[in-house]
Design a protein around this ligand. Structure first.
Ligand code: FAD
Length: 497
């Protein structure tokens, strides 16, 4: 690209478009002109309610007031995901945002826990996790301490459409120009292959130097215009459809997401302050739409507030997420089913990565290659983490679960599972947003039983280790006396807005 970047054009105003507009405006201040184009006729995908803790950093960077954010987006606190029926029907485990145990030696806490079990300990790993204890009791409070033993990590459940609208208000106030209109045609410079302008149905032309494709699954700029291929992962993650439906909220609000496996596919239940979000993710190769919908409707437990809505998708990623002068952010960059609530996070990390490498005078090949390599790795590690949930199952009630169990999986995932099974060791890629504690909980929860532990866990004698474990067990419970029910916390916290 020969021209310096003076103007960024964002195509699309869903969660991805407005998150991008808000952060670019904040970081680049008035140095660069930003215009966002969205079509009310097309609308947004309108689902997406669960997040992971780094969203707090995004909000803090934007300078959002947490209480105002909670109120504007009808948000609740999320401490964990409860996976029900995933290993076998009738059993459940939590993937919490916490880390079980404490740092008591060179090797991870799981090694000490395994050794203590040999010495007679009967507690589960989760008994040493404050996030788990608060989830089970339905309580939360903000704990003001530097002691990592009391660490209570949280994210939010929120209405992503309201989040987009909230960020729109802030972005427009900060100088982002919004244009409503349908993009009908995209101009490309025949020599460089760079996009030069968007042509709207109204006849308006929007020129720019750098274009962010936030057009969702349409992939209008990166796919349709520039022809970048889509790498499908449906051989590992065959779910291709979802039904979503809002229902009345329950009297008390859980501080975690429920993920409930069924004979084919799984159901989410996400508590917001004004309603519950529900949905069913499934593969049309294994179940008809009608049966999937019946499964969802018969497991709602509260009154529907709208008609169910069907959404189709293909799991995978756009091969080059930065190509020429277009960067794909949001659903245009790829799709991973919402099992671990990672899509909004991928928007966040895409924007941060772009800002890290933001072009000044020109776009260089090194910039785009590094951007693409990093985002590929990030997508792949999340993909592997999601495959893990499906693959390590002992369900025998359908071809779906049997096929998921017997399919071949990516080599890197196989190695991670083997290492854990043999020695309880967890190997983590630097770029993996899921740290050791996450892999540990899901590998154990899905039923991988390590055969051995690290020799470093033998530094204590049996009784000494049991005493250490008892101290951690008690310490983890100390903050519980300061907790409020989740609803009480929300109403007291928001009352001080
Ligand atoms: P969209 O919301 O589809 O926005 C696309 C924008 O492009 C719209 O403004 C549209 O008008 C505009 N546009 C398109 N074409 C044109 C055109 N020709 N002219 C003008 N404008 C155009 N994520 C999570 O993090 N947690 C979850 O729990 C979660 N659950 C999900 C459940 C399901 C079933 C699905 C499908 C997704 C879920 N997601 C979740 C993902 C999440 O919904 C998306 O990541 C998020 O909403 C961002 O979407 P987007 O902005 O990329 O696309």
């Amino acid at each position: 690209m020969q021209k310096p970047v003076k103007k960024v054009v964002i195509a699309g105003g869903g969660t991805a478009g407005w998150m991008t507009a808000a952060l670019l405006r904040k970081v680049l201040q008035q140095e660069i002109e930003i215009e966002l184009v969205e079509s009310e006729d097309i609308g947004i995908v309108g689902v997406g309610e669960a997040t992971i803790p780094p969203i707090q950093i995004f909000n803090q960077y934007l300078g959002l007031d947490e209480k105002e954010f909670l109120r504007e987006t009808k948000a609740t606190i999320k401490l964990a995901i409860k996976f029900e029926n995933w290993r076998v029907d009738g059993e459940s485990y939590y993937h919490t945002f916490g880390a079980p145990g404490a740092n008591i030696g060179f090797c991870g806490f799981q090694h000490f826990w395994m050794r203590a079990k040999q010495a007679g300990l009967t507690n589960s790993l989760w008994d040493y996790d404050l996030n788990y204890l608060c989830s089970e009791q339905g309580v939360f409070n903000k704990i003001n301490t530097q002691n990592p033993v009391y660490d209570l990590q949280y994210a939010y459940h929120f209405d992503s459409a309201l989040y987009g609208q909230y960020l729109r208000k802030l972005s427009e106030k900060a100088g982002v120009k919004r244009t409503e209109g349908l993009i009908e045609h995209v101009d490309v410079d025949p020599e460089s292959g760079f996009i030069t302008a968007l042509q709207l149905k109204s006849g308006q032309q929007i020129e720019g130097d750098l274009f962010i494709d936030c057009t969702g699954m349409r992939k209008l700029l990166i796919g349709k215009t520039l022809g970048v291929e889509y790498e499908s992962w449906d051989h590992w993650l065959p779910a291709d459809s979802a039904f979503a439906i809002p229902t009345e909220r329950f009297d008390s609000t859980l501080p975690y997401t429920r993920s409930i496996a069924h004979k084919v596919g799984w159901q989410w239940r996400i508590p917001l302050t004004h309603r519950n979000g529900n949905g069913m993710v499934y593969s049309s190769k294994y179940i008809s739409d009608e049966d999937a919908l019946n499964t969802l409707m018969s497991h709602l437990d509260s009154k529907p507030l709208d008609e169910p809505r069907k959404i189709g998708f293909e799991t995978g990623r756009t091969d080059k997420q930065w190509h020429k002068n277009v960067i794909a952010i949001g659903l245009s960059s790829g799709f991973l089913e919402p099992l671990e609530s990672t899509s909004i996070h991928l928007i966040q990390s895409g924007i941060v990565r772009l800002l890290k490498m933001f072009p000044n005078e020109r776009i260089t090949p090194a910039m785009t290659q590094l951007y693409n390599a990093e985002s590929k790795l990030e997508f792949e590690t999340i993909r592997d983490f999601i495959i893990l949930h499906y693959h390590v199952n002992e369900r025998d009630d359908s071809d779906f679960w049997r096929d998921m169990r017997t399919m071949s999986i990516p080599d890197r995932l196989q190695q991670k599972m083997d290492a854990f099974k043999e020695t309880a060791a967890i190997f983590n890629d630097n770029n993996d947003i899921f740290r050791d504690a996450s892999w540990l909980q899901v590998m154990l929860g899905q039923g991988i039983q390590p055969q051995d532990y690290h020799p470093g866990a033998k530094v204590h004698g049996d009784q000494e280790l049991l005493n250490v474990m008892a101290k951690i067990h008690d310490a983890k419970r100390q903050p519980l006396s300061k907790m409020l029910t989740h609803d009480e916390f929300l109403s007291r916290y928001l009352a001080t807005l």
